[in-house]
Design a protein around this ligand. Structure first.
Ligand SMILES: NC(=O)c1ccc[n+]([C@@H]2O[C@H](COP(=O)([O-])OP(=O)(O)OC[C@H]3O[C@@H](n4cnc5c(N)ncnc54)[C@H](OP(=O)(O)O)[C@@H]3O)[C@@H](O)[C@H]2O)c1
Length: 206
């Protein structure tokens, strides 16, 4: 499959590219700036392409999104047609810039639910909120990835995550996305309280 990482030039995007290039899927890094996309793709390694977010959204079967919440609405508003009917895996965490231990969105709902409202013909999932980019880059280690979204096309998302050497955990419907986004700020608080950088979540009993 063709997997685009929108906002892929950033910290989490580069970690996604590192994992995805081992899967056999075709991978493209998207950026607002084509030269930045090319640069990030070259850094990610052979086989990864660089293109604008818009071209990557057109090209892909599945779009993984890793942009700061400040750019989330603008990005999706510009990609409504390109992403219609596609799978979107949204890793955005809408951290409140005034208090990094809280989330805050324009609508009061999760960022992923805002995505689904903007691109209503897409299959939207929230995932990866609880994994730090540094941890994701430890390519030989499996981690739990909590996935929220409706049943349609979810098996493809779970399979993609498994192909990345990660354990996909079914977390429920998209209305659970806000809990995943809040888990990130919980982890940030745990990091601060313990003077560490990468606490994570492991689900037992599944
Ligand atoms: N970092 C983590 O460990 C981690 C873990 C879980 C979830 N997340 C979430 O994933 C998202 C990305 O995190 P990150 O750390 O990778 O962020 P980042 O490095 O700060 O930014 C990612 C990319 O987003 C693009 N971008 C920045 N501002 C934008 C805007 N206003 N509009 C559109 N695109 C913009 C930039 O790409 P171009 O300039 O190339 O367009 C940038 O390289 C955030 O929502 C974050 O909360 C991060």
């Amino acid at each position: 499959m063709k997997i685009a990482i929108l906002g892929g030039s950033g910290k989490l995007g580069q970690a996604f590219a590192a994992r995805l290039r081992q899967t056999g899927h075709e991978v493209a890094i998207g950026s607002r700036d084509p030269s930045k996309a090319e640069e990030a793709a070259a850094k990610a390694g052979r086989g990864v392409r660089g293109m604008t977010n818009s071209d990557a959204a057109q090209w892909c079967d599945i779009a993984i999104v890793s942009v700061p919440y400040a750019g989330h609405r603008t990005l999706f508003e510009s990609l409504k047609e390109a992403l219609n009917g596609k799978i979107i895996i949204d890793a955005t965490v809408p951290i409140d810039p005034e208090n990094i231990f809280q989330i805050k969105t324009a609508s009061g709902r999760s960022a992923a639910e805002e995505t689904a409202a903007m691109i209503n013909g897409a299959f939207v999932f929230a995932a990866f909120q609880t994994i730090s980019h540094r941890v994701l880059r430890q390519l030989d280690v499996s981690h739990d990835v909590l996935v929220a979204g409706g049943p349609a096309r979810k098996p493809e998302v779970l399979d993609l995550i498994r192909s990345m050497g990660l354990r996909a955990i079914e977390a429920g419907s998209l209305e659970i996305a806000g809990h995943l986004e809040r888990m990130t700020v919980l982890l940030l608080s745990i990091n601060k309280a313990n003077n560490i950088k990468e606490s994570g979540i492991k689900i037992t009993g599944v």
